[in-house]
Design a protein around this ligand. Structure first.
Ligand code: SF4
Length: 338
């Protein structure tokens, strides 16, 4: 990912739909075969009999690429924090803006209305549970991020771009037992238009290298679905940073390799659990948000050695603490459980 920022005018030009469609039929056959083989190896050894498919999302991939003990932890339901609230509001505010601009100072209000209409009251519930001062600070932060994100977009958007928000991307494997699933924030163009799709993700804070893997996963899903390569992967941040990356076959292959790696890790994790083996830990900056940090010795030692012992206090919000290992990357996405 090219982390250098580009002028907003370049972004507007990039989404103008001038890119040409690139057929990827051969690549799709190659990648589907690799993915099916890895999925078959896992499910032959550990048959999936939960009654519904296993949805492998970008959050699962991230979990399986790191600490095994953390990957085995069930995510806590309803676990909201400041970063997740700001991110959720900024995301909803941009999606409102794309269809009807609420204007300066009203974007948080519009976002909360959108979330409420969608039956998603988590952010509003968290805001209602904190002090008036904290609520104001968080709303100000979200309003600033939403205003920055809105400024990236031409308004109104050209109808030629066929803009969609939260479009599901899913690729069934093994006759639907395993589904690779994602939902980019914004999708532009793609079949049946004659322009390839561009996938856009919105982040409330800073650009982080970790987002490359997420975007390449989306590119993999879109390639397998459309049988053609997407044009660009775009990340827009509330800080004003952004990245625009043309999609190449190798970046799609890299994403497929990470999925294969995750399936192998899931297999190894299942073996560990079936045999009662102690799950390996891999302490890192992500220990800050891990539910296991209160009892995990490896995580506790790492946090103490990196000046983050405050995270071991359940009253402290980990997002208020910075760490040089992965500053700015908050791994708090709510997604399907493993
Ligand atoms: S606290 Fe850190 S090392 Fe321990 S399980 Fe969580 S992520 Fe792994």
């Amino acid at each position: 990912m090219d982390l250098a920022t580009t002028p907003a005018a370049t972004l507007a030009e990039m989404v103008s739909g001038t890119a040409q469609a690139r057929d990827a039929s051969d690549l799709v056959e190659e990648l589907l075969e690799e993915l099916e083989v890895a999925a078959h190896a896992l499910f032959t050894r550990f048959p999936w009999d939960q009654g519904s498919p296993w949805h492998l999302s970008k959050t699962n991939l991230s979990a399986l690429g790191g600490c095994r003990r953390r990957a085995a932890l069930a995510p806590r339901a309803g676990s909201w924090n400041r970063a997740l609230v700001v991110g959720t509001i900024a995301d909803a505010a941009l999606k409102s803006h794309l269809f009807s601009d609420a204007g300066d100072g009203h974007r948080v209000e519009a976002a909360l209305a959108r979330l409420d209409a969608a039956g998603s009251g988590g952010a509003a519930g968290w805001l209602g549970s904190v002090s008036v001062e904290r609520r104001q600070r968080v709303c100000d932060e979200a309003e600033a991020a939403a205003a920055t994100l809105a400024a990236f977009w031409p308004h109104p958007m050209s109808e030629r771009l066929w803009l969609r928000v939260d479009e599901p991307l899913s690729v069934p494997l093994l006759d639907g037992s395993l589904v690779l699933a994602g939902r980019p924030d914004v999708t532009l163009s793609g079949p049946p238009t004659d322009a390839p799709c561009t996938l856009v993700e919105v982040k409330a804070r800073n650009l982080h290298a970790q987002y490359r893997n997420e975007m390449e996963f989306y590119a993999l899903l879109a390639t397998l679905r459309d049988r053609q390569l997407p044009a660009h992967l775009v990340v827009l941040c509330g800080s004003g940073e952004h990245s625009v990356d043309p999609v190449q076959p190798d970046s799609v292959r890299a994403a497929a390799r990470r999925v294969v790696g995750a399936l192998r890790t899931a297999e190894a994790l299942s073996v560990d659990q079936a045999t009662g083996r102690v799950l390996a830990t891999m302490p890192s900056g992500l220990c800050r948000w891990c539910d296991g940090r209160f009892w995990c010795d490896g995580g506790r030692v790492w946090l103490e050695e990196n000046g983050l012992a405050l995270c071991l206090d359940s009253e402290v919000d980990p997002d208020d603490l910075q760490c040089t290992d992965d500053a700015g990357y908050s791994d708090n996405g709510a997604d399907e459980p493993l």
